[in-house]
Design a protein around this ligand. Sequence first.
Ligand code: AGP
Length: 606
Amino acid sequence: MCGIVGYIGGQNAAPILLEGLTRLEYRGYDSAGIAVLGAKNAQVHRVVGRVRNLAAALPKRLTGKVGIGHTRWATHGPASEANAHPHTSEDGRICVVHNGIIDNADALRAQLADAGVTLASETDTEVLAHLIARSGADTLEDAVVEAVSRITGTYAIAVTDTAHPDRLVIARNGSPLIIGVGEREMFVASDLAALVRHTSQVAHLDDGEFATVFATGYRTFTVDESDTTKPATEIDIAAEDLDLGGYPHYMAKEIQEQPESVERIIRGRLDDRFGVARLDGLNLTPRELRGFSRVKILGCGSAYYAGQVGATMIEELARIPADAEAASEFRYRNPIIEADTLYIAVSQSGETIDTAFAVEEIKRKGGRVVGLVNVVGSTIARACDGGVYLHAGPEIAVASTKALTNMAIGFALIALALGRVRDLSNADGQRIIDALRAMPGQIKSILDEGPRIAEHAKEFATANSLFFVGRVRGYPVAREGAQKFKEISYRHAEAYQTSELKHGPLALIDAALPTVAIVPADELTDRNLAAVQQIKARGGAVLAVTHEDVDFGELDVPRIVVPKTEPELDPILLTIPLQLLAYHAALSLGYDIDKPRNLAKSVTVE
Ligand code: AGP
């Protein structure tokens, strides 16, 4: 969703801002703009559409060494030039870019209008520019503090003032904001991706924190103006990690990277001697691990489905009741938070607002919550009491792949840690460890099947509607398969428990509605095969994602065969072909695979 960049230093700001905005494109947006401080005034340029349109619309000579930029995802008012950021005060002195939502914007807009202010947009953000400009405070910092004290909601903001061209003032509450430290130049961004080309030294603002950013340094402070000391830390992302690296799409790249990203999450964490996973970041002693009698996993979208995979693993390996719930629903049902429940928040971006709110709710009620998060230093990672980083590397494509695989592996590691302080034997722990070690090679062999899967995908892409079915361990696999398919190919894809087909959905089966069936070699194989038979008997086409040992007998069903692992871990490998299926379906339909319509990489508003 929305993205912020800012620059102050010795170089021309415009190209740096544009490059930063390009780096944030993957988050999803509908308009873009920049403001550059010139000798006397701020030059503001905004367009509907892509950053490249903005670049084309800029005057040839746009000079100025201080500026802010923004990619907007429309919330208040449609995508239009007037609604694009930066927003300015009536006299043009103050420019503001904002991520998040101001809940009391309507009331503030009415008050400003009553006071004679002409509002130039339909946005919530614009009120900030006017509030700051109209403040009687002595300093820009005080004016920003005063303005944000009048708003409720979430924000990350960056402000310029033509009267103070030596600084940017920034503030954060519920939406990420990072300062990048350069050599006599400073950068600001809502996402590391916009900074990595320039610096590896960053400081993350916390909620409720403000900063004044000069070319030569920065000062962080709180609402009552007390200094917070926020030293910069080194980040571990290289600029090349964010390039396509010869692939046609980020999604293709990220699918292919999985053997290495799986290596990374398990590296140094598998303890052969005791058949356990070493997860120091959880900040839980063996005694504390033993004390939990329930596990509750919270995530959104595909992360929620990965949570369902994880809940089953934890129940099977640790024999603790575990379930996953959509974080977006959690806090609205006034959840009961129990002291002996281990809460796990799972998120690739670490910025999904619904998951962040769920964490807040758990902590507010005194619960213990750990994170399974990919982005180091992200909001959710920092809000949790401990956690396991996924180490999947940067994920740019909106459709998540390698991060989800690492989430499932992360759950296997947590299941081992919980299981080995209970009844899981050393031998069983070792069995899982060996299987995890074999996984990168097994994933590679599935990826080698890409061309064959592409053929099936082309066929399935012609259907308007599809079913994905699976049972128990296979059900979240089916849910994720349907999710990936619909996200990027815009085909209606619905997941069902195979066992539920006969209770309703079977009525829809005919030659026009194909089914992808998850049929692992496990205790439910016969039942899954019986369901496949029922679908076939009604003229429905079936593609089975299955194991070598499954005997389809007389059933004429095309198959994608994945290597067998330990049964508890089967869902991880069964999901990989479904990523390829979705990718190749979208490719054959000619869609924008990395930036599907209406979707954003990290959903930072409710
Ligand atoms: C996955 O392909 C989706 N784009 C989406 O469901 C995603 O998993 C969800 O929005 C959660 O994101 P997070 O992992 O960054 O929290």
